[in-house]
Design a protein around this ligand. Sequence first.
Ligand code: MSP
Length: 520
Amino acid sequence: MSHLKRYITTPIYYVNDRPHIGHVYTTTICDVWARFQRLAGHDVFFLTGTDEHGQKVEQSAEARGVTPQALADENSAEFRRIMGMFDLTNDEFIRTTDPRHEQQVQSLVKRLMDSGDVYLGTFEGWYDPGQEEYYTETKAREVEFKSPISGKPLERATEENYYFKLSAYQDRLEKMFKDHPGIVRPDARRNEVLGRLREGLLDVPISRTNFAWGIGVPGAPEHVIYVWIDALFNYITALGLADSDSEWYSDRSEYWPAGMQVIGKEILWFHAVIWPALLMALGLPLPECIYAHSFWISEGQKMSKSLGNFIDLEQLQDYMETYGSDALRYFLATQGPLGATDSDFSRSQFHETYTTDLVNTLGNCASRTSAMIGKYCEGACPEDTGECAGGGVEWSDFTAAQVEASIAAMEKFDLSGSIAAAMSIVRQVDAFINDTAPFKLAKDPDSAPMVGNILYRCAEAIRIATCLLEATLPDRVQQLRTAWHLGEASGDLRGECVWGRLEPGTTIEKVALFPRVETS
Ligand code: MSP
């Protein structure tokens, strides 16, 4: 990635659902990336928000006897609340009912009408009312004319609609995938899109007349803009791209194109095909990467409302209270479904990851090191005079290589790879303590300089590892920074990770970062 300004987006979440693990997951992994980029000195804009229009919201509101706006307000507030609850550092929380968004969507659609990319036409096709989506003849046959989501029969529907001329973008989309194969990742997902692209593209209806809860088509208010078009535009309306007089535009327009647009695999088609085609039609640059992650399943089973096994907010809160918010972030980032396979969210796996990596490895190394510095060096960081028996580690080279690996992995949105590189430094410290046994050497007063050398290396390696882990474990790394008097992050991650930055003489207090949790 070449931009200094880095824009990352999550999907905007439907307000007709309660927040659950899926929403928390996507937003958390984006938060890790956003924090990492900020620590590396980049100017980041991190967007999330809620998708509030459409027939489903209208129907849910009607069922509850409230207005769609009231329902949207209530549920959007709930999503906004979770951003605070999980300490997610989004720079904006966009709502599609925000007049600043609505007005820009209308002007974007108007531009597409003027350029001929949107036209009025008649459509007949197979419609899935639950998903508010039309299927092609092939796809409808493939799913046996039943909704793959709800199992209810697809309906034959005729409508006069406004259409987006998606078919006109077939060649340009194919070329896009050829020239920028990394635009949709992981590879398995890109190949899936390519397969479907080869079947040929149909124009997409982008307006509806059978309900009212949405943004009116300019000049034809009986038509409501299809919720997906309305929603996709959030990524650019939040930057004010369709209103050059706005504050959003003056403050944010330079964040486009996005560096990373993260979505779940179920909404790939809209993001990998329709979204780039809309951008091409508007003459806007394309995002660098659309990353479609896979799904969390729960204790080995697909999560579904009917099974009632969604990992909901209450459960996530329970994990946070028991293990701490950093533990939840660590689990989501390292064990989650980045890549093409689904991941299982199980209590035992959560516990094991926490205990192995955070308690026994990172927590233990930091507490052993600080305890020994307390005991043998009066709590002051010793000096590294160069002489060091055993261990056989070229610390400066070794850490430099891990720092580069960690940064490179994060660039590719390989969160677990980035974290693994940092953790390998901590594991090396663990092995180094065991090999060099400073606690034995300390029995001989003549070995004091050697003990100091060893402990300097341990503390310095832990400091570097935690700089790399700070985006994932912000709370506990802050705790370590305070106890070890390391100051705040400087915004120059690479510079901070250079070996030898730890000043001898610094007060190193004892830390207990990750308390052991007993399973019930
Ligand atoms: N409103 C649309 C997106 C519009 S974006 C222009 C939407 N909203 S949603 O509320 O259904 O959220 C979908 C997103 O939630 C997924 O893309 C994914 O990021 C997340 N998840 C929902 N369930 C999930 C799992 N079981 N596992 C992981 N993430 C999943 O679609």
